[in-house]
Ligand binder design. Sequence first.
Ligand SMILES: [Zn+2]
Ligand SMILES: [Zn+2]
Length: 318
Amino acid sequence: MNCANCGTPLPDNAKFCLTCGRPVTAATGAPAAPAAAAAPQKVNCPGCGAPLVPVFGEMVITCDYCGGVVALGGGGWKEINKHTMLTPKIVDAKGALAVVQQFLDVGMFHRHAFEESTIAEQNLSFVPFWVIPASASTSYLYQDLAVGIGGTVASIAGAELLGAALGGGRRGGFLPIPVMTGPPVNPTRNETLQGTYEYPVVAVKGMTDYQPKSYEFPMKERTFFDKKSIPAGAPILNGDLGEDAAQHAAKSYVGQLQSDLAHKKHHMVSQIQSQVEVSEGELVHVPIWYILLDRKGQKSMLLVDSHASRVIPTFVPS
Ligand SMILES: [Zn+2]
Ligand SMILES: [Zn+2]
């Protein structure tokens, strides 16, 4: 089967195109039955019909049998067609620890941290993230110090040159030097920063402390979710954060990043305003190693993206 829109080859059971995002209509031509506004306690898997029993608070459930996903939104439980995954490249704890060790060895403050630590916990799980496309436009004012100082220097130099020239020509005579005050150089400038993101918001509220910061998953390498790609024993986590909440969170995280960028680029930033637009997200299960290190009683958690083999920077520093 090929995508009717862009021609990308897709597996027969694909529900949307990985390249252009267009939904694929089922070969039978029968449109999916609209999700009934069922009581939130009970829902059947739209893929295989198995009953799914949400634990209290759960809003994103993956079917144990077929890997289908339902999420609770304003209109009740709804099938999530855009469900993808990143495949694990590090499947053993040793590999994950090597990534952590390398990360700690590079950091100035972590010297010998790894050697002095014991590993309190290490486990691989598939964590659901809402990846929210966002585009941001941030405008702000800043003080352009270069222009301010440059302007002053230029006018002093100009006055001195003028004085020298006139004084040289009329030696001995009194000459009022005309003070040439142009309009004052206003060093206040405005700037607009544009940015586009595929912002990952962790769908498990208990993991919000480990929310990635300035980190994007390599979405070009994602594949359709397939239970066969999950190593035995690695749990596939359900989520308790719906897409609406994820979009809301993405707006706020992106606003924060844009503000960080503005402050990195300029000094004395003021009146900063971000306009962040978000669109429909995608549910991606990402293989993540959680490594809990204990260094003389001080515990720190590090997250390793098992697909990209990198430690994920989080809002709460490791
Ligand atoms: Zn396509
Ligand atoms: Zn199912």
